[in-house]
Design a binder for this molecule. Structure first.
Ligand code: SF4
Length: 206
């Protein structure tokens, strides 16, 4: 069984990692969460969605993207012929930021090992980042409007940034772009274009 070592933690499996997060107190978000929301999906998946952090319904259930934003993500996946059960879905931080504020930089840093290990275990061909914060953390780029829907290659994986579905709910003008970006992700998977280049066994984030 593969072992992934972060700065301070060691995981023997994806499920072990998910269990490990349930007792994590590495950042202040542990004090206010009801449930940790590590992520869900198969142990190997061609596609991983990375959002920012859990909201209130996710905090209550321990499952990612089950609230209004999650329902829009479900709609986007359905229109793109992507089955939710085939996809791994997670966030930059695994605990809900109070009042649905954005996660702070040091909270994202504290949770970073979990995300890196999840990517290594799940080994997705495509990572679709949801929102500006996930774009910044994964690709180091600012400006979600100018980067959304574009295809980037990083460490042997394809990265497709798009808007966060919560943003598309707040601003309906963004919704068609969000839906078409996820549709493009579905097209990449079914066309196998994403598999055309050599994939190296490396992690994201260099
Ligand atoms: S957000 Fe991440 S680092 Fe912070 S307490 Fe939750 S699991 Fe731990």
């Amino acid at each position: 069984m593969r072992t992934v070592v972060g700065n301070e933690v060691r995981f023997n499996s994806l499920r072990g990692l998910e269990i490990n997060t349930s007792t994590c107190t590495r950042c202040r978000l542990s004090a206010t969460r009801k449930n940790v929301v590590p992520g869900e999906g198969p142990e190997k998946a061609e596609l991983m969605f990375v959002g920012e952090g859990p909201g209130s319904e996710e905090d209550a259930t321990g499952r990612p993207f089950v609230g209004r934003a999650g329902r829009l993500l479900d709609q986007a996946m359905k229109e793109a012929d992507i089955r939710r059960e085939d996809v791994y879905i997670t966030n930059l931080v695994k605990c809900r930021p109070p009042d649905n504020r954005q996660p702070m930089e040091d909270e994202i840093d504290a949770c970073h090992d979990f995300l890196v290990a999840q990517i290594e275990f799940v080994d997705p061909v495509i990572v679709c980042t949801l929102g500006a914060t996930a774009l910044m953390r994964v690709l180091g780029k600012r400006g979600i409007s100018s980067h959304r829907g574009r295809i980037f290659r990083l460490s042997g994986r394809i990265i497709v940034p798009t808007f966060h579905p919560a943003g598309a709910l707040r601003n309906p003008l963004l919704k068609p772009f969000f839906l078409s970006d996820v549709k493009e992700v579905g097209r990449l998977i079914t066309s196998r274009e994403a598999y055309g280049k050599d994939r190296r066994d490396q992690t994201l984030f260099g």
